[in-house]
Design a protein around this ligand. Structure first.
Ligand code: PGA
Length: 220
């Protein structure tokens, strides 16, 4: 059976020093599980320190980024190309609803970012708000995240997450994992992960505290 994926999306939180403090505390309490894959996505400036920490402490955790450029390396001020990210990480969240809403990411731009990620050996984790959002053919991991559930404390119901996840898989048979995101906590995580078509969770706010994040992994 495929592993359950627990993905931490730290968004634009934590300095590199705070990220290392998190890793120190998390490393002391995290219990790796055979059936669970853990992916932490810090902000870009913390990625080198966190990935170095994971490597030197031999932690069973993978690191991802929260975005990649749709362009190759070059004269694009402020962008980070997928080829640059791929030196340090294996995964890239792409098309999060905050990026779509606040930074003008369209389905077309998301598709280009996915292409760049895939070309450079990064596994894209594409976020969609419903089963009706187009998903590029390279994608195997999708995060279903209804906007009204993100950061509000009002998660979707596990039953609806299951329904949407099933529809996404039916429409896109190459997908191996549909994970759910939006106000996931240690208290509600197992309601989602026990659903047959929900293969994990994407956690924002509750991933910022090492104890809370560790308890989500334990409870899933
Ligand atoms: P939340 O965020 O867990 O804070 O609701 C989830 C996300 O935006 O990925």
């Amino acid at each position: 059976m495929d592993k359950i994926l627990i993905v931490a999306n730290w968004k634009s939180n934590k300095t590199a020093r705070e990220a290392l403090e998190f890793m120190g505390e998390f490393g002391g309490i995290f219990e790796a599980r055979e059936d669970v894959g853990v992916i932490i996505c810090p902000s870009y400036l913390s990625v080198p320190a966190v990935s170095e920490y994971v490597k030197s402490n031999n932690m069973q955790v993978e690191i991802g980024v929260q975005n990649v450029s749709e362009l190759e390396e070059g004269a694009y001020t402020g962008e980070v190309a997928a080829s640059q990210a791929s030196e340090l990480v294996k995964h890239a969240i792409i098309g999060h609803s905050e990026r779509r809403k606040l930074f003008g990411e369209t389905d077309e731009r998301v598709a280009k970012k996915v292409q760049m990620a895939a070309k450079n050996g990064l596994e894209p984790i594409v976020c969609v708000i419903s089963e009706n959002i187009p998903i590029p053919t390279e994608v195997k991991i999708v995060a279903y995240e209804p906007v009204e559930a993100i950061g509000t404390g009002n998660p979707d119901t596990p039953e609806n997450a299951e329904k949407v996840s099933k529809l996404i898989k039916e429409k896109n048979p190459r997908i191996t994992h549909v994970i759910y995101g939006g106000s996931v906590t240690a208290e509600n995580v197992s309601g989602f992960t026990k659903m047959p078509n929900v293969s994990g969770v994407l956690v924002g706010g509750a991933s910022l505290d090492p104890r809370v994040f560790a308890s989500i992994i334990k409870a899933c």
